[in-house]
Design a protein around this ligand. Structure first.
Ligand code: NAP
Ligand code: MG
Length: 406
């Protein structure tokens, strides 16, 4: 069979530990035999980040701006222990944080739904995608403990020195106060990314805040979303047959629990932090969660939501067998290949990515899976495979699919 051609390169960001091992296996077994893979390679492994003073991360983000689509392996975010383990020059920042800041993007996380891994919420038959605003609010707030009686006020001083004041509280005893902020530019780019991604994936977009209580702060989020929707996205949404829907956060939670899924749920920073863990654990497994960073300009970076699976890597180094789930990393590749194919009008590439996804799901549904899934599946007597054998089983399913009507 002739290999599928690519016209524009994909930005490839390699990573660390067990996911770096899986990365190579996925390329060797599932991509290189079938696709004339055309990537611009950046090694975001911690050693190379340290050697280049993290310049490689910046370069990879710039390449993503140039080509529009990237696929990223999980990477170590250094802490004190890692500084010692790798003899780092300094405690480099999280690559994901650096890339997100450069692309000004929003992260969308969605579970991979497969028969035999049943969500805890019975009505959920389709994935629920969470979009979390990643700037400000309580994550960039200042706080004070109040020792006793006194007046607390919000004070804003403009460049000319004019002050605007708002009473927070007249304390007659001890207490606490907190000052939060957000900036309209960030809320706007969050809104654009959400509307873009909804159109892209043809799913409804839900957004919720507590604007009845927070009449200025949360209300600004609601207004910005509505203004941007009315100005730019109303017609495309109509054309795509999808809707934008705003409601109160408590109403949204109640509706989510009764829904069948299949929509994007945009959340403010704190709500997104809390709700994404709720959604991902209720869907079954962190190893089955995909993640894509979407910039307001429409640049895409695909990855798995999980980390480098350090514990498995140390077993691997000791020569012990591992059963690490590669599905979310494979779906990072298929997501990126499909987006590349879509932008380049390369139907063969899109078709290949669809077949690879179907091969993964078919393998699991046939009862062959890694240990993490075997522990939670409703399929009886599953076959537990090691890391490489699972990928080889997917390859066999893929080859069967390609020779069937390829
Ligand atoms: P982790 O890599 O997500 O793994 C935590 C645990 O979850 C694993 O020990 C394993 O449980 C289970 N798990 C996660 N992914 C799995 C998979 N694909 N297959 C099977 N089991 C899986 O988190 P971590 O060990 O706390 O973090 C390791 C490193 O990842 C850290 O240095 C962190 O900075 C980095 N990290 C990177 C990203 C990213 O690049 N996007 C995200 C998060 C964390 P068992 O051990 O019980 O089998
Ligand atoms: Mg959290």
């Amino acid at each position: 069979m002739e290999k599928i051609k690519m016209t524009t390169p994909l930005v490839e960001m390699d990573g660390d530990e067990m996911t770096r091992i899986l990365w190579q296996m996925i390329k060797d077994e599932l991509l290189l035999p079938f696709v004339d893979l055309h990537t611009e390679y950046y090694d975001l492994g911690l050693e190379e980040r340290n050697r280049t003073d993290d310049q490689v991360t910046v370069d990879s983000a710039n390449a993503t701006k140039k080509y529009g689509v990237a696929v990223k392996c999980a990477t170590i975010t250094p802490n004190a222990a890692r500084v010692e383990e790798y003899g780092l020059k300094e405690m480099w920042k999280s690559p994901n944080g650096t890339i997100r800041a450069m692309l000004d993007g929003t992260v969308f996380r969605a579970p991979i739904v497969v028969k035999g891994i049943d969500p805890n919420v019975k009505s959920w038959t389709k994935p629920i995608t969470i979009a979390r605003h990643a700037y400000g609010d309580v994550y960039k707030s200042s706080e004070m403990r109040i020792a006793g009686a006194g007046r607390a006020e919000l004070v804003f001083t403009d460049p000319a020195g004019n002050e605007t004041r708002e009473l927070i509280h007249d304390f007659d005893g001890p207490g606490v106060i907190q000052g939060q902020h957000n900036v309209s530019a960030s809320i706007e780019s969050f809104a654009h990314s959400c509307f873009q991604f909804a159109l892209d994936t043809k799913q409804d977009l839900w957004f919720a805040t507590k604007d009845t209580i927070s009449k200025k702060y949360d209300h600004t989020f609601k207004d910005i979303f509505q203004e941007i929707f009315d100005a730019k996205y109303k017609e495309p949404f109509n054309g795509a047959g999808i809707e934008y829907f705003y409601t109160l956060i408590d109403d949204a939670v109640a509706r989510v629990m009764k829904s069948e899924g299949g929509f994007i749920w945009a959340c403010k920073n704190y709500d997104g932090d809390v709700m994404s863990d709720m959604i991902s654990s209720a869907f079954g497994s962190l190893a089955m969660m995909t993640s894509v960073l979407v910039s307001p300009e429409g640049y895409y970076e695909y990855e798995a939501a999980h980390g480098t699976v350090q514990r498995h890597y140390y077993k691997h180094l000791k020569g012990e067998e591992t059963s690490t789930n590669s599905v979310a990393t494979i779906f990072a590749w298929t997501g990126a290949l499909k987006k590349r194919g879509e932008l380049d009008n390369n139907k063969e590439l899109c078709g290949f990515a669809d077949r690879l996804e179907a091969a993964c799901l078919g393998t699991i549904e046939s009862g062959q899976m890694t240990k993490d899934l075997a522990l939670i599946t409703s399929i009886e007597n599953p076959t537990v495979l090691n890391s490489r054998d699972f990928i080889r089983a997917v390859r066999r399913a893929l080859e069967a699919s390609l020779s069937d009507n390829g």
